[in-house]
Unconditional design. Structure first.
Length: 238
């Protein structure tokens, strides 16, 4: 589950014990508590993925993602743009579908959303924000925190947000959380400092819907007649 501090200069000193800012911790806890209180939710997100080539050229790829979640065991995600993909999980099977190439892959994975998140890497499915759909995202996000900072109030798409920064395991990540009674995550950014060029992945989230009525049919996949069954690793191959 995805920092550049523009216009700020913040020094993070190495420390043998975590340096946790209480305000940022409380805001993160309120956001994850609110998210786990929802029996269903949906949102639209714009994602920006940086990639660094072998000759050190930094490239940017953007996509749009629509996600619907129904607890305890259903999710549908539709990604358009770079490496477009539809993803289904109905509590029993996971399915990846590439509509452009008319390919799909499927696997039996009975269980809830927590089990799904653990299984994603097995099928080479990258989902940087997958931690947020689990039953305890706060525990996962804070497991290896080295330091945290409250950076103040910022505007994201016209919404006043608390701006938080975290550091852990050679990764810096930031959250922008709506400063309201509904502390929704409005932006997420993670920077992989262990990779050449320290590429970042940024997600800006909008069109949140809390507890929408979601028909179970939307989490079921029916393979089009012309589609081809392949392995997950081959969904985006020519």
């Amino acid at each position: 589950m995805s920092a550049l501090l523009l216009g700020a200069s913040i020094a993070y000193g190495a420390s043998p014990t975590p340096q946790i800012d209480q305000q940022s911790d409380l805001i993160l806890k309120s956001a994850t508590d609110y998210l786990t209180s929802l029996q269903s939710f949906s949102y639209t997100a714009q994602t920006f993925l940086e990639s660094v080539s072998n000759d050190n050229e930094k490239l940017l790829f953007d996509s749009k993602v629509d996600i619907s979640v129904k607890r305890p065991n259903k999710i549908f995600a539709q990604k358009t743009g770079y490496e477009a993909l539809d993803f289904y999980f109905n509590g029993n099977k996971i399915v990846g579908y590439n509509a452009t190439k008319q390919k799909y892959a499927t696997a039996d994975e009975p269980g809830d959303l927590d089990k799904l998140v653990k299984a994603l890497s097995t099928y080479q499915i990258e989902a940087p924000m997958s931690d947020f759909i689990t039953s305890d995202p706060y525990a996962i996000l804070t497991a290896d925190i080295e330091s945290s900072r409250f950076l103040g109030v910022a505007m994201v798409a016209g919404v006043k947000c608390h701006h938080l920064a975290f550091r852990q395991n050679n990764i810096d990540w930031q959250l922008w959380i709506e400063a309201s009674a509904k502390p929704l995550i409005k932006r997420f950014m993670v920077t992989s400092k262990g990779l050449t060029g320290s590429p970042s992945y940024t997600v800006t989230i909008n069109q949140w819907k809390s507890n929408p009525v979601l028909d179970d049919a939307m989490f079921e996949f029916k393979a089009p007649a012309a589609s081809q069954l392949v392995e997950f690793a081959d969904l985006n191959k020519e």
